[in-house]
Write a protein that binds this ligand. Structure first.
Ligand SMILES: C[S@@+](CC[C@H](N)C(=O)[O-])C[C@H]1O[C@@H](n2cnc3c(N)ncnc32)[C@H](O)[C@@H]1O
Length: 211
């Protein structure tokens, strides 16, 4: 049997079974660590704070956190195919009534005054010259521009304007060395770099707090 790029595949991801196809980034099991961290942070708030996910792809990272912590979730994703999977994955998990999905660039997805306690973001973070190492991945999902940080900067801008004071962003980065680069980008006094959880030299999650 031949498998076309539109053949739907499934994989387990924490409490979920995730649907996706070859047009979107294949869910990476290690990213469940980001869901777990979001649940940990959300547990500090017992008032039902809504979770925001930027660069949601098929939606599993934010959805696993939202289902586990029983929270509402707003997801933002540029690619309509990925966003359609995010919607079907929310339905499959029985959580779609708690999920809103905005399809478009994260730079324009939120309205003035919308605020969140917790944001998870998984932007493309590779330098353009490095993406050829990953020929099967959609370019839009991995190409972070010349220095790899174009979309990271956009996520920091969203965090600066849309986190509540005391809230935090959990940001995926290309390992501890990129986390150090991101710290240097925090020009605004409202954002402060916190703990970095490294998975390996090329993968990490960093916490950035709104002061
Ligand atoms: C690294 S992938 C992560 C996807 C998903 N979180 C996962 O783990 O598979 C980055 C995602 O960001 C999306 N993206 C790229 N540019 C974007 C933008 N300007 N606004 C919103 N999403 C964007 C891509 O389409 C892709 O789905």
């Amino acid at each position: 049997m031949t498998t076309s790029t539109t053949t739907t595949r499934t994989c387990p991801f924490g409490p979920l079974v995730v649907e996706y196809d070859a047009r979107v980034l294949t869910p990476r099991p290690w990213t469940l660590a980001q869901s777990h961290w979001a649940v940990e942070v959300l547990s500090d708030y017992d008032d039902g704070a809504r979770l925001l996910e930027l660069c949601a792809g098929a939606g599993h990272i934010g959805l696993a956190a939202a289902v586990t912590a029983e929270r509402d979730l707003l997801q933002v994703e540029l690619d309509p195919v990925a966003a359609a999977y995010a919607a079907s994955n929310a339905r499959r998990a029985g959580w779609s009534e708690h999920v809103e999905i905005r399809v478009g660039p994260l730079q324009a997805a939120l309205q003035t005054g919308e605020r969140f306690r917790v944001i998870v973001a998984d932007p493309p973070y590779l330098r353009s010259e490095a993406i050829e190492r990953w020929p099967l991945d959609p370019v839009r999902a991995i190409d972070g521009g010349l220095d790899g940080l174009d979309l990271v900067r956009a996520c920091l801008d969203v965090a600066a304007h849309h986190l509540e004071p005391g809230g935090c962003l959990l940001l995926q980065v290309a390992g501890p060395s990129q986390a150090t680069q991101v710290e240097k980008l925090l020009a605004t006094p409202v954002l402060k770099a916190g703990e970095v959880r490294a998975i390996d030299p090329e993968r990490a999650i960093m916490r950035i707090d709104h002061t």
